[in-house]
Design a protein around this ligand. Structure first.
Ligand SMILES: *Cc1c(COP(=O)(O)O)cnc(C)c1O
Length: 395
């Protein structure tokens, strides 16, 4: 067939621009494009040089990640935070972006399981070693510091025993010894604690948890006070391919809008549920930083400003049989080893997050077969009280 001379050939393949509109979309557009077309080699040059703002290739950055990062930056009082594909990618991006062979890390002894694994199994293969100490005791942390210590990694509230770290003591230690302080702020969230206001150099989040809040995206966030650190973290994350999906970023942004509302409601529920559990027969201990009987209650008050959070733990008597019976009695409660969902989830560290520890090591941490952790959601509190009464009633 001959080309008709006076009409432009058309093809399905060439993308059409969005139709013009004098009104604008209220919702952030979802931009899945991996590649971006530049107007000219000069313009592309300017983008790479950083003199003109523009996207090139999604692994290097994309608008949905940037929108999400700027919102979490706002919560954390940070600048230039980076979104990566998971909370663990954020941990890895910071540690591998900043440390080198011969460096040493001091970690809290109850870090998230995979963070512990990275420090004990993976980084040593690259010549980076770690020592662990109790973060509720700044002197114990100080004793673990060596001349080659470059970084301290802590979580403010430990999982699942909910002990509160001596953040003031640890920040002073990091400052005095010239060591970087990295805080995994997933559990506490910036509503409870803003690490950058208290001397932290690096903050990471599992956005998967409370920030996104609906258990339908896996994402992480990493921020640094020092722009050179930011650059190093960005370069490593981009080279290692820790890119987040635009769709996940878009979903997380949507979730984040209600984060303060969800957090407030879940916290109020956690307070009420902790007190309810404490008077149920069969419950031996309730662990909640907002309760006066919590070992770190005073520190939680001063550090977290009364924001006690949505996480609580409790202990029942007996062994695995009783644990099974309690969980089986409430199929309507999600028995799942995660946290931060809009709905309440219950986890059992002995069979999940802490299964790699010996029973003796778990026992030493107070984590018996009867130990449960609850991530309290935003349901009606009467429903939650009834669910837990039913669970304990089965024993
Ligand atoms: C879940 C979690 C992580 C890891 O986050 P992912 O998004 O699952 O990779 C790290 N730290 C803490 C405290 C967590 O709870």
């Amino acid at each position: 067939m001959e080309d008709r001379p006076n009409s432009t050939p058309s093809t399905l393949v060439r993308r059409t621009a969005f139709p013009d509109s004098v009104s604008r979309a209220v919702v952030t557009p979802l931009q899945p494009s991996v590649v971006y077309a530049s107007p000219s080699p000069d313009a592309l040059d300017a983008q790479y040089e950083g003199t003109a703002k523009g996207y090139t290739y999604a692994r290097e950055g994309h608008p949905n990640a940037e929108v999400l990062a700027s919102k979490i930056d706002m919560l954390e009082g940070a600048e230039g935070g980076l979104i990566v594909g998971s909370g663990m990618a954020a941990v890895a991006a910071v540690l591998m972006g900043l440390l080198k062979a011969g460096d040493h890390v001091v970690g809290g002894d109850q870090l998230y399981g995979r963070s512990l694994r990275m420090l004990t199994q993976d980084l040593p293969r690259f010549g980076i070693n770690a020592t662990f100490a109790d973060p509720t005791d700044a002197e114990a942390m100080a004793a673990a510091i060596r001349p080659e210590t470059r970084l301290i990694l802590v979580e403010v509230v430990s999982n699942p025993t909910l002990r509160v770290a001596d953040m003031e003591g640890i920040a002073a230690l990091a400052r005095d010894r010239g060591v970087l302080l990295m805080v995994d702020n997933t559990f506490t969230t910036p509503i409870g604690y803003k690490p950058f206001d208290h001397g932290a150099d690096l903050v990471i989040h599992s956005v998967t948890k409370l920030l996104a809040g609906h258990s339908d995206v896996t994402l992480g966030y990493a921020a640094a006070r020092n722009p050179e650190h930011r650059r190093a973290i960005y370069d490593f994350a981009t080279t290692a391919g820790m890119t987040p999906s635009p769709y996940d970023c878009w979903m997380a942004e949507r979730g984040l809008y209600t984060f303060p509302l969800r957090f407030g409601r879940a916290e109020a529920n956690a307070r009420a549920l902790a007190d309810h559990l404490a008077q149920l027969p069969g419950v031996e201990t309730v662990i909640y930083p907002g309760r006066r009987d919590h070992p770190d209650h005073a520190r939680a008050r001063s550090l977290l400003g009364g924001r006690d959070g949505n996480m609580l733990s409790f202990v029942i008597g007996g062994g695995r049989a009783e644990a099974n019976r309690m969980i089986e009695a409430v199929p309507q409660l999600a028995f799942a080893p995660t946290l931060g969902d809009v709905g309440t989830t219950v986890s059992h560290p002995a069979s999940s997050s802490h299964r790699a520890l010996t029973p003796g090591a778990r026992e030493a941490l107070g984590m018996t077969e009867g130990f449960f952790r609850v991530s309290v959601g935003i349901e009606e509190i009467d429903l939650l009280k009834a669910d837990f009464s039913q669970a304990l009633g089965a024993l």
